[in-house]
Write a protein that binds this ligand. Structure first.
Ligand code: HMG
Ligand code: MG
Length: 301
């Protein structure tokens, strides 16, 4: 059996984490959070979303946030973009990468971006083309790839159909989302068995929310058994989607990195700095962070 690859992390806390908070943080707090994350060895930070401020008011200040952060060389600072208007704003903010987002479930997509899956694909075509002409790499999210809050279980064939359209459009990488945090390792195997014959490993990221505490097990299954290297996570376990009722936060970056290290991987992440970045949000959010590492304190050897 070949060795599992070095894991790669995309930090989505400043976007997925903060989009769902009841309290909208001041831009200065978001900037401090991102600047602290920049000291933790991450290669990519999703720093905001150029979505409609009516749809997600928490992300309305993304231009200001991008203007305020101290960019560290070697880190890509990316953002969500739902349409051409979002791309214009993202280009003005000088993002390093964009992410378009659709879903495997019609009901979720309709609520999240007011479009059917087919309509969303058509909406992205000019966005992806212009982003590529501007030299920006493009990620595409496929949400509700395992379960949908409105339709229940989602079969791999629905994910495969939308992945096929996105690849044909020319996106660089796919992030496959367990939006409501309901998947188990059995579901992960079922989907990866279908997906990996058509999708090169280095273009796959898995995006696990941790509602039922299965996210670390899911990630380790994908990494150890299928050699998937890429994972999304959120410092402090922040996160959720305003259009996915009942979903909790993303898997915490520090918990996921700890689990990978415990299984022998070199992550390149400084866990204390990740924890410290998340802890600086506690006063703003009025509650402690949800991660295991946040609760147990410094790691004893
Ligand atoms: P719509 O209402 O159909 O769009 O929304 P519209 O084109 O009719 O525009 C309505 C208004 O929004 C107009 O303003 C537009 O100008 C404005 P008005 O004329 O009424 O004053 N508008 C914008 N303003 C700023 N930036 C923009 C923009 N676009 C329109 N880019 C739309 C459609 C897609 C825009 C909207 O539904 C939207 O922004 N949705 C985003 C929802 C969202 O961000 N959800 C959370 C992220 S997805 C997620 O969390 C899942 C993920 O983590 C993976 C996983 O867990 O599975 C990624
Ligand atoms: Mg998410």
């Amino acid at each position: 059996m070949s060795a599992a690859p070095r894991p790669r992390f995309v930090e989505v806390g400043p976007r997925d984490g903060l989009q769902n908070e009841k309290r909208t943080l001041p831009p200065a707090a978001k900037i401090a959070f991102i600047d602290a994350l920049s000291q933790a060895g991450l290669e990519e930070i999703e720093a905001g979303a150029f979505v409609s401020p009516q749809a997600v008011p928490q992300m309305a200040d993304s231009s200001e946030v991008f203007e305020g952060i101290k960019r560290k060389e070697g880190i890509r600072y990316s953002a969500l973009v739902p349409n051409e208007k979002g791309l214009e704003r993202a280009l003005q903010a000088k993002v390093d990468k964009i992410a378009v987002f659709t879903a495997a479930s019609e009901s979720f997509n309709q609520r999240n971006i007011n479009a059917s899956v087919a309509q969303s694909i058509e909406r992205f075509r000019p966005v992806v083309l212009k982003a590529r002409q501007s030299g920006l790499p493009v990620r595409a999210y496929v949400s509700t790839a395992f379960h949908c809050p409105y339709e229940g279980r989602i079969g791999p064939e629905k994910v495969m159909a939308v992945v096929g359209d996105l690849l044909e459009m020319g996106v660089d990488e796919l992030s496959i989302g367990d939006t409501i945090g309901r998947a188990s390792p059995v579901d992960v195997r079922r989907l990866l068995d279908a997906l990996l014959p058509v999708l090169p490993l280095e273009r796959v990221f898995l995006h696990f929310h941790d509602t039922y505490g299965m996210a670390v097990a899911n990630a380790l299954t994908a990494w150890q058994e299928y050699k998937v290297p890429g994972f999304d996570s959120s410092a402090g376990g922040l996160g959720g989607c305003p259009y996915a009722p009942g979903a909790s936060g993303n898997v915490a970056t520090e918990d996921l990195a700890f689990a990978f290290s415990a299984c022998g991987a070199e992550t390149g992440l400084d866990l204390d700095n990740i924890r410290a970045a998340a802890a600086c949000l506690e006063t703003h959010l009025g509650r402690p962070m949800a991660s295991h590492l946040g609760r147990v304190g410094p790691i004893r050897s």
